[in-house]
Design a protein around this ligand. Sequence first.
Ligand code: 4AD
Ligand code: MG
Length: 471
Amino acid sequence: MLLAGNVDREVEISGWVRTKRGNKQVNFIALNDGSTIHSIQVVADMALFPEELMRRVTTGAAVRVKGLLTASAGSGQTCEIQARELEVLGESDPEKFPIQPKKHSLEFLREVAHLRFRTNIFGAVFRIRHAMAFAIHQYFNEHGFFYLHTPLITASDCEGAGEMFRVTTLDPQNPPLDENGAVDYKQDFFGKATSLTVSGQLEGELGAMALGKIYTFGPTFRAENSNTTRHLSEFWMIEPEMAFYDLKDNMDLAEDFLKYLIRYALEHCMDDLKFLSARLQEEEKDKKEEERSMELIEKLNFVLSNPFERLTYTEAVEILKNSKPNKNNKFQYPVTGWGVDLQSEHERYLVEKHFKRPVILTGYPKEIKAFYMKQNPDGKTVAAMDILFPQIGEIVGGSQREEEYDKLVARMKEMDVPVGGMSWYLDTRRFGSAVHSGFGLGFERLLLFVTGMGNIRDVIPFPRTPKNAEF
Ligand code: 4AD
Ligand code: MG
């Protein structure tokens, strides 16, 4: 916004009024232009400005100010502007403006998401969101990756979970039918049934098998009816894919990448992090000592300074089976034995209680993972890797890919993945196949971790969740 280097100079600033206070002689306006968490104090000598004008300077109004930037006498700020000119660009009815100069609940702010950017908290969150997106591109650019744009409309289900949003131009009232009475998608826009993609991975693999190292970073869509604080129906995913990388290389990259992003936040977003941290501390102050979570900035530094714990699914299940909450029936889903899918409560137990640091789990049972994962020699497990974070659970899902044509086709058939429609995917295994790996990082899950926010709806500007597509 304004640089300390401009002290004693004439400056001009446009922004939105956060608060106004004062008396008949002087008014103090907190003005924020969105560029930082810090509002600047504008000092308006009432002798200079008509009362009629000052009445229009209300919380929410857009204002332009010219004046002298001076070192401030007030505590908590370094500079203020002695206003010489003041113009109200856009009035805001203080009675009707939903963002009042007081603390609002996050639930309420979600209902006015079109205006919540005007609060300190969402200003901080969305500046950090930008910084993380920028850092992601910077990391990959520095490491020789190419940014590949994979399609959003697709005819294949990468994760095979059948949780896709159909894309069609057929008339829902009167769709054309084939001879069996089923909807005839041959007559649809693309000549086949299509959906919004759940992942850019399959096309990403094709790129990696020529360009070496690629990444995608775009929106993905899941029609999964999960109303949790960690699921969105539309979320952004970062998916690097690397030729000649095995599972170990993949894990090393993912750990280095996550640490780079966290370090970037600490180096570039400290003002916003401090604000978010103070807010969290305030929220937690009534909690008992042992229930309080680690202070935000300390938590980020902690993740940086410790290697992630790496173990197999099999080892994790043993730990969970013998854990206190499992024995005392405290898990909603008891861990009965090898083969169970791990729930978020299990992931968080491992990370928060048992190891007290991020965890990378490998070697999952093939039954609970997607068709494309490299099959291990034991015939039971696949070379998957999930990275589990405190407060979040799974933040990254990835694997080494099955590069052997015959094994891949056999697995696809076992899992009813349409082999015929995916010959393009299989072609990389027919022509110059090689070991390759990749992973997907959920962008909003990363932001949950970095900002300390508790609900994924609060780290994306306009969340899409079941029964909600407002704005
Ligand atoms: O584990 P997932 O489903 O993996 C894939 O989609 C692979 N194709 C990735 C790859 O190997 N290229 O999703 C990856 C990550 C999860 O770990 C999680 O962080 C995030 O995406 N994610 C979601 N984030 C928000 N809302 C949802 N509904 C999410 N589902 C997955
Ligand atoms: Mg996963």
